[in-house]
Design a protein around this ligand. Structure first.
Ligand code: SF4
Length: 284
């Protein structure tokens, strides 16, 4: 299946987001999906453009709101594979509340974050993922705050699928997105996706030197939540691979009465009309 369209990305040459786009397209193809079985919903930022570059249903939403839209799409049509995507500003600044609530809701969608630790679209300001001391035009003396830890936040919020990858490792990233799509529940995949134009610290070389692959840690067990948290803390969050998965917890969809049988788009809306008409009458 071909998930390429004829829109040419206008990311800077070398931007990590190219690999994320390729990984989503490959994962969807490997899963045997058709373009009309996939919806990619994005927020705002350089990364937010991704929904326009993939041949599928898509919506380039508003800042920090990719997740509410994506959850609505999935609730309306259970047969769609839904991927939400955005940057670290989108998911961990203005959208943090949505991220946490989507995680605890365990709704069956996949969230891919392009984490470049800076605001690229607005030309290089500190993001909630920038390291303390990081110098940008918005923090000329260095960032004072410490960066938000996305994977630790996901674990403590009750996530059932937590993974992290790196734009340079297309094979691992594609496999993790496939596993996220397969997972029955909310899957969060944070991708270190370098901004080659504005972040001169967290470069491809920096990540290659500082990342540890979980597959290289002997006896690492992604079903062990405590081990996952300890490993993250020990490595300052700089690990890649499947960090944690809980296959036992039912998804939101599995718990919503009637959802599994019929998508909302095919339900008899007349019933709902009557319900709402009566409701309005009650208040008149
Ligand atoms: Fe990518 Fe940075 Fe260029 Fe945006 S500014 S397209 S994040 S390299």
């Amino acid at each position: 299946k071909d998930f390429r369209n004829n829109v040419k990305p206008n990311w800077c040459p070398g931007c990590g987001d190219f690999s994320v786009q390729a990984a989503i397209q490959r994962a969807a193809a490997n899963k045997g999906l058709e373009p009309n079985e996939l919806a990619v919903i994005s927020g705002i930022g350089c990364s937010g453009r991704i929904s326009g570059y993939i041949k599928s249903y898509g919506l380039h939403g508003i800042h920090g709101r990719a997740l509410p839209i994506a959850q609505g799409v999935k609730m309306a049509n259970k047969d769609l594979t839904v991927i939400a995507s955005g940057g670290d500003g989108d998911g961990f600044a203005i959208g943090t509340g949505h991220t946490i609530h989507a995680i605890r809701r365990n709704i069956d969608i996949t969230y891919v974050i392009m984490d470049n630790q800076i605001y690229g679209l607005t030309k290089g300001q500190t993001s909630p993922r920038s390291a303390a001391g990081f110098v940008t035009k918005s923090t000329p003396e260095g960032a004072i705050e410490h960066p938000l830890p996305p994977m630790e936040l996901a674990l403590t919020s009750g996530a059932t699928f937590v993974a992290q990858s790196f734009s340079s490792d297309l094979k691992e990233l594609t496999a993790l997105i496939e596993a996220g799509i397969e997972h029955k529940g909310f899957s969060i995949i944070n991708v270190f996706s370098p901004c080659v134009t504005y972040n001169k610290v967290n470069t491809y070389e920096w990540f290659k030197e500082n990342l540890t692959k979980l597959s290289s840690i002997e006896d690492y067990d992604p079903s062990n939540r405590e081990l996952a948290m300890n490993t993250l803390m020990k490595n300052n969050g700089l690990v890649t691979g499947l960090i944690y998965q809980n296959k036992e917890q039912p998804s939101y969809q599995q718990l919503v009465h009637g959802y599994a049988e019929e998508p909302l788009t095919e339900q008899d809306l007349k019933l709902n009309d009557e319900y709402f008409t009566n409701l309005v009458k009650e208040f008149m």
